[in-house]
Design a protein around this ligand. Structure first.
Ligand SMILES: Cc1cc2nc3c(=O)[nH]c(=O)nc-3n(C[C@H](O)[C@H](O)[C@H](O)COP(=O)(O)OP(=O)(O)OC[C@H]3O[C@@H](n4cnc5c(N)ncnc54)[C@H](O)[C@@H]3O)c2cc1C
Length: 494
């Protein structure tokens, strides 16, 4: 196949150009890895799916350099409410409208095809990343030091084989790579058919409001989820209704929507029946084959987190791949990806299942609502424990993103590197240890001083994915933390 530049030495082949594959390719491109990213489709999937993302995801987009562009075409999310048939409030999950501790508003509404377009455009900046559409992975073979991937160029029915150090299956729910790994899903107990209807407004209907609403206590639980730029979504639980063909008839759909909107006010962009599932791949890494995104996990969409979980995978995985490919860590280091990410993803999926079940259970008379509406808070789970680093309250949590005294946010300076927040006295003893870590002295930045004091430590070492690797209260603890070899692999200039 002549139009691939190499056949025998890609660092990474990424299968799938959904949001997970695109983010992973961008992160690896930032560090100049030789990457081939393929998708079997010639054009991106242009219909709405994800509509919500959070501030952790904004930080990943910020590192890649596309957050500001996305911000212009998103809107802050007001939050979600559960109500009963008489509109009584049963659960309230408002989202603050101010910039929060991550340097962004906590939650946004967006249009998934917009994000994929922006990420794809950005990827073209990286000469070390080869992008191929209409190319399908059809076979993979694990060899001792490499993986061989068979790729079919669909237009010409041409086949070629390429070799790489690692293959990452960002190939969605029906993942071919997962099958090749022989990995099963652990089913977490949620399995329901829902009708999803996306409409585009023809007339102003701002009276419908910008809160997402879950309608409980009826024979057909339903969701209203306002999107961006005139797009609104409704979802309806299908319970025992089996005849999908009838359900998808236009008249039937408008009848369901008639409580809120009519055909002269909007056009239907897409109607589809999805089975909302909760599944978690039993293993995410097998030799040189790795899963990320929907190939590794599926969640019901009640928290708007499916894609977000996948983007966290990409951010956790990229620096580890870089470390192994640069010879700073051995192959087993990649196990830390599964150890850290799997329980974190599971926490989100479990909470989404709970919310989904509440849709059928909550009512003004329900036990859970005895004391009035439930007040929901955003999740902030820790990642799993992969490194034997002294356990402290803050370790394995997402770090804050302080604003520096010159007005810049930390991530804009650090990018996808390790960085160190140091108290003034520890900074005065610290020689730098030849490391290339970006150091911030709390003497120069009151926000960092405040942060260190708040978590009662003198140093915080923050990883490229913005999770806290560990802290130190004195120089010897700091030197111990910095002796981990993998830290330098990504901060070295190449
Ligand atoms: C109704 C609905 C609402 C949702 N709402 C939200 C939300 O609000 N927030 C949120 O975070 N998430 C949401 N999600 C989930 C989100 O859409 C998915 O989690 C996300 O698209 C997964 O991204 P991915 O890149 O892992 O996989 P995908 O987007 O599925 O991409 C996989 C890609 O791999 C390609 N591929 C597959 N096999 C091969 C092969 N052998 N060779 C080459 N290419 C291949 C496919 O063509 C595809 O482009 C929602 C989903 C649905 C259905």
């Amino acid at each position: 196949m002549s139009n691939l530049s190499k056949t025998d030495n890609y660092d990474v082949v990424i299968v799938g150009m959904g949001p997970t594959g695109l983010v992973l390719a961008n992160l690896l491109g930032l560090e100049k890895l030789n990457v081939l990213v393929i998708d079997k489709f010639l054009s991106p999937y242009d219909l709405p799916r994800a509509v919500h993302l959070d501030d952790e995801i904004m930080r990943i987009l910020q590192v890649i350099g596309v957050a500001s562009e996305m911000e212009k075409i998103m809107r802050p999310n007001l939050g979600m409410r559960f109500v009963d048939a008489d509109n009584n409030l049963l659960l309230d999950w408002p989202r603050p409208q101010e910039i929060g501790k991550n340097g962004w508003k906590p939650s946004y509404k967006f249009h998934q095809p917009d994000l994929e377009r922006v990420l794809y455009k950005n990827l073209k900046k990286f000469p070390s990343v080869e992008i191929r559409k209409g190319f399908e992975a059809t076979e993979v073979k694990n060899e001792d030091e490499k993986v061989e991937v068979t790729i079919l160029k669909l237009e010409k029915n041409d086949v070629c084989r390429v070799k790489c150090d690692f293959i990452v299956g960002c190939d969605g729910a029906r993942s071919f790579i997962r099958k090749k790994m022989g990995v099963e899903y652990e089913e977490m107990g949620f399995f329901e058919d829902w009708l999803v209807v996306d409409i585009i407004l023809k007339k102003d209907r701002s009276d419908l409001g910008l809160f997402s609403i879950q309608f409980c206590g009826t024979s057909q639980p339903a969701t209203y989820s306002p999107g961006t730029r005139g797009r609104l979504r409704w979802e309806f639980a299908l319970k025992d209704q089996k005849n999908h063909e009838d359900i998808l008839k236009t008249d039937y759909v408008w009848n369901l929507l008639s409580r809120w909107i009519t055909p002269d006010e909007a056009k239907i962009e897409r109607k589809a029946i999805y089975t909302f599932k909760s599944s978690l791949a039993e293993h995410w890494v097998k030799d040189r084959l790795i899963l990320a995104g929907d190939s590794a996990h599926l969640t019901p969409p009640f928290m708007g987190q499916g894609m977000c979980i996948g983007l966290r995978d990409a951010s956790n995985l990229a620096w580890k791949l870089i470390s192994v490919i640069r010879g700073q860590s051995d192959l087993s280091f990649l196990k830390s990806y599964e150890i850290e990410r799997r329980p974190h993803a599971k926490e989100y999926i479990s909470t989404a299942i709970k919310l989904g079940k509440m849709l059928g259970e909550l009512s003004s008379n329900s036990k859970k609502n005895k004391e009035g509406p439930i007040h929901m808070k955003s999740l902030a789970p820790k990642i799993g424990n992969a490194f034997s680093i002294k356990e402290e309250e803050f370790a394995r949590s997402l770090s804050l993103q302080p604003k520096l005294s010159n007005g810049q946010y930390v991530d804009d300076i650090v990018g996808y590197k390790f960085c160190l927040f140091l108290s003034e006295d520890l900074a005065s003893q610290f020689s730098g240890n030849n490391s290339n870590i970006i150091v911030f002295n709390s003497k120069d930045h009151p926000t960092i001083k405040e942060y260190l004091e708040h978590v009662s430590t003198k140093a915080l070492l923050i990883r490229p994915d913005k999770y806290i690797l560990g802290g130190a209260k004195n120089l010897s603890e700091l030197n111990e933390l910095l002796s981990l070899e993998f830290i330098n692999s990504i901060n070295n200039k190449i």
